[in-house]
Ligand binder design. Sequence first.
Ligand code: FE2
Length: 434
Amino acid sequence: MSGCVQRNHEHPRISSTPATTFLGQMAASSDMTDVLSGRATGETDIDAFLQRHSPTVVDRGPGSVSRLGKWARDLGGTRLFLVTDRGLRDAGHEQRVVAFLSEAGFGVEDIAVFDDVTPNPTTNDVDRALAVAADHAADLIIGLGGGSSMDCAKGVNFLLTNGGRIEDYWGIGKASRDMLPMIAVPTTAGTGSEAQSFALIANAETHMKMACGDKKAACRVAILDPELTMTMPAAVTAATGIDAISHAVETAVTTRRTDVSSRFSREAWFRLAEGFRRVTSDPGDLEARELMLFGAHLAGAAIEHSMLGATHALANPLSAHYGMTHGVAIGIMLPHVIRFNADEALSTYAEFAESAGERLEEGDSGAERLAKMVEQMVSDAGLPSTLAECDIQSDLLDTLAAEAAEQWTGQFNPRSVSKDLLKGLYECASPRSH
Ligand SMILES: [Fe+2]
């Protein structure tokens, strides 16, 4: 492990125990139905806490998407614009959602659909969707899908209401006029985009991702219906799930973290740790899907307050230049960043490992145990664990590290990062260190 930026310290060891998980413990003392429905102690609190600290109203639970039309009416929508992708059309979700809108009294002429969003949407996607929305004179936007559909929908909202180009909104608070009300209906448990006021849109030519943030872009309502996530292929469940887990882990320790974001991070973590392990072994586990979807939302809310860290700084160049799926890149890099941050984040990492059923004993530090937990999750989900498996060659690491060092998100990592340190982390994930 000569290339790894790793630290070993004398800390209480945490060892694996037969998985008595946090929710397993809760279920032993309370009805699991109460836990998931929000009646159990703590869950009700987090719902109230979420509504106090987020501009987005959450309607969640199996079947909640049937209330989409009611929410559109409550928000004053008369000319609806639905943004989604072909995969969701082919899976029948688009038609189902349109049917629910019809049941609420919206006619065919009241609904315009753009269902051609591509993964990692570019300014080209936004421009094509904008033409449909403008032609329809839309007054309410619905984003149905993963982060790509929701980001594209937000991008359309910026341009439809404030004019100009996406580049004009790169940064924070660049929109001067009010924006249209938006409802998000996530169909993956990953980005938590529905909890954020940022749209991530790539420049169509350079593929540089632009983060466009404005409080006015926040969704008014998020509908978290776990039944919509049941059709995800296993690989998508795995990659998006690891991404959500990284959001909980990274937001918990950034230099920007607050009391509010820390609670979101913790509430997200124990749901995701439990849900991910269950859904990996049983994709039809609806309760686990519900844990994942709400956990991903809470982690997204944490990002809104806390930003992210070095894992995302390292993952973004891998996706931008080599087309690596975001969650795959995240799954490879996160364990190494956890070890790298050990000194600065030890107590939080130990708490996370323990709350997910890992018992503290002599030996490994909390950081080491948490890193191993994530490695196990990545492995169990069938995701690659090294850059070599993704054909990223060692001679490219200098270029990648230089670009990772330019990533805005890296500055919030609890331990300062430089190009050399980031290169060391890539080396940890490269074949030479294994
Ligand atoms: Fe992410």
